[in-house]
Design a protein around this ligand. Structure first.
Ligand code: FAD
Length: 460
């Protein structure tokens, strides 16, 4: 093994790469990790973390409105975008610093620069030069995809740009209907921007339960977001005040800013995969098996670059499983079943397991338990915001196949539901759980039949 400079060379210091590098180095292996940007990757620098800060910042407008119903008067409230950005950047720098320290404390060497493979054991990193390694892990993540043939596409920003806008626009048109588009629609709306969401599909959030999708669309519209479905940009033209959005349904609207969130693609450009003989799948992602092994025996890949489930905790667990398998002599493959997810829309979503449509396809006969209600906090304040809770249950086995929540704290709730569902909970066991009152979550354990309850939480 001494024939190589390192036992492991990791390309990409994001969620998956950092976890793998750190664990491998802690086992005593000689590890290097290359990063062309800032350590922390998408999640810390331009994804989950700064986005969640923006969600928090934008929610205050709604809280101020609700507070009136509780007797508060909030006068002269205003939002200072540059001040918020400065605080956000401070926190991101702090978190990135923690990642760097954790790597260094574990004994991993950090190489700043873009890495590219020269062959299956050789990596070249920017000005640092060539390094050899016994094992190589590709953890280069993904990046925003944009249609190169859309006229005026260069005028549109992506989610990467949202974290450094010099000022908030008065209006924005967001193209896309995935979770990033929906989350930013809520963020900009909360910050007082006039938001239009344009999505080519019949509803936003493809892949989520249909009731959840409709519910969230309705709630977004209640908050003043214009949602245009079954349409997409055909051109973006520069105007004196911003941009003209030309849509496939003939509609035209002007906005100060245009943002496209049309999906993400595995980031493999300039990586030299062909030199090492690493194969991509049909979607352009690095093809791997359940142990994250590529077709080249000493090269692995984890995280978004493999396009399995593109979420931070998944990238971390894939990186961890790789390190356990290769450096701790404990063969481990991450189980991609029952991974819960959240959308930090306003109101937010928590979801785990199958949608009703997928459950019907896979299991045939399913029971649906559905509740829509006004969350106590908002009903008291005279708001017509509604929450949705839904369970999908297999008729044959009574197993809970899907749990979907839209409403305050849904992302927090779903983490707990995911534990039970990962353990294979039945509806009978679910119902045997005593409620926590008064909460929205209690509706989850008090739904006995498919119905529309009228109450606010549990009525004695
Ligand atoms: P990344 O974190 O993207 O890390 C890859 C790293 O590799 C990057 O730092 C990149 O600079 C570096 N790199 C790439 N190529 C090279 C090279 N050739 N040489 C050197 N370095 C290189 N997930 C959630 O779970 N919850 C959320 O709320 C959430 N919100 C998101 C919001 C947004 C706006 C976005 C864009 C993503 C969000 N995600 C969220 C997804 C999450 O960020 C990713 O799934 C996760 O970061 C993937 O980790 P990774 O290690 O695969 O890649």
């Amino acid at each position: 093994m001494a024939q190589y400079d390192y036992d492991l060379f990791v390309i990409g210091a994001g969620s998956g790469g950092v976890r793998a590098a750190r664990l491998a180095a802690m086992s005593g292996a000689r590890v290097a990790i290359a990063e062309e940007d800032r350590v922390g990757g998408t999640c810390v620098i331009r994804g989950c973390v700064p986005k969640k800060f923006m969600v928090y910042a934008s929610e205050f407008a709604h809280h101020f409105k609700t507070s009136k119903g509780y007797g508060w008067t909030v006068e002269g409230a205003s939002f200072d975008w540059p001040a918020f950005l400065a605080e956000k950047d401070k926190e991101i720098a702090r978190l990135s610093g923690i990642y760097v320290r954790n790597l260094q404390n574990a004994g991993a060497e950090l190489a700043h620069g873009k890495a590219r493979l020269l062959d299956a054991h050789t990596v070249e990193v920017g000005k640092i030069g060539k390094r050899t390694a016994d094992k190589i892990l590709i953890a280069t993540g993904g990046r925003p995809w944009r249609p190169a043939d859309l006229p005026g596409v260069e005028h549109a920003i992506s989610s990467d740009d949202c974290f450094h806008l010099p000022k908030l626009p008065k209006s924005i048109v967001i193209g896309g209907g995935g979770y990033i588009a929906v989350e930013f629609a809520g963020i900009f709306n909360g910050l007082g921007v006039d938001v239009t969401l344009v999505h080519r599909g019949p509803n936003v959030l493809r892949g989520f339960d249909d009731d959840v999708r409709s519910h969230v669309t309705e709630e977004m519209e209640k908050r003043g977001i214009t949602v245009i479905l079954a349409a997409q940009h055909t051109a973006i033209e520069k105007t004196a005040n911003g941009f003209m959005n030309k849509l496939s349904n003939g509609h035209e609207c002007e906005s100060e800013l245009v943002m496209l969130c049309l999906g993400r693609e595995p980031y493999v450009e300039g990586l030299g995969l062909e030199k090492a003989g690493v194969k991509l799948n049909e979607q352009g992602a690095v093809a791997v098996d359940e142990y994250s092994r590529t077709n080249v025996s000493n090269i692995w890949a984890v995280g978004d670059v493999t396009d399995r489930i593109n979420l931070t905790p998944v990238a971390i667990r894939e990186g961890q499983a790789f390190a356990q398998t290769e450096f701790y002599d404990t063969p481990t493959s991450f189980d991609h079943e029952m991974v819960a997810s959240a959308v930090f829309s306003q109101p937010p979503i928590g979801s785990v397991g199958l949608s009703e449509a997928d459950a019907r396809k896979q299991y045939g006969k399913v029971d649906i338990y559905l509740a829509r209600m006004k969350p106590m906090k908002y009903a008291f304040a005279g708001s017509d915001e509604r929450a949705l809770l839904k369970l999908v249950v297999d008729c044959a086995t009574d197993k809970v196949l899907g749990c979907h929540v839209v409403g305050p704290d849904a992302p927090e709730m779903i983490q707990m539901a995911a534990i039970a569902m990962k353990m294979g909970v039945t509806k009978h066991q679910w119902d045997a759980t005593c409620a926590v009152h008064p909460t929205l979550a209690e509706e989850l354990v008090t739904m006995r039949e498919k119905h529309e309850p009228l109450g606010l939480g549990q009525v004695a």
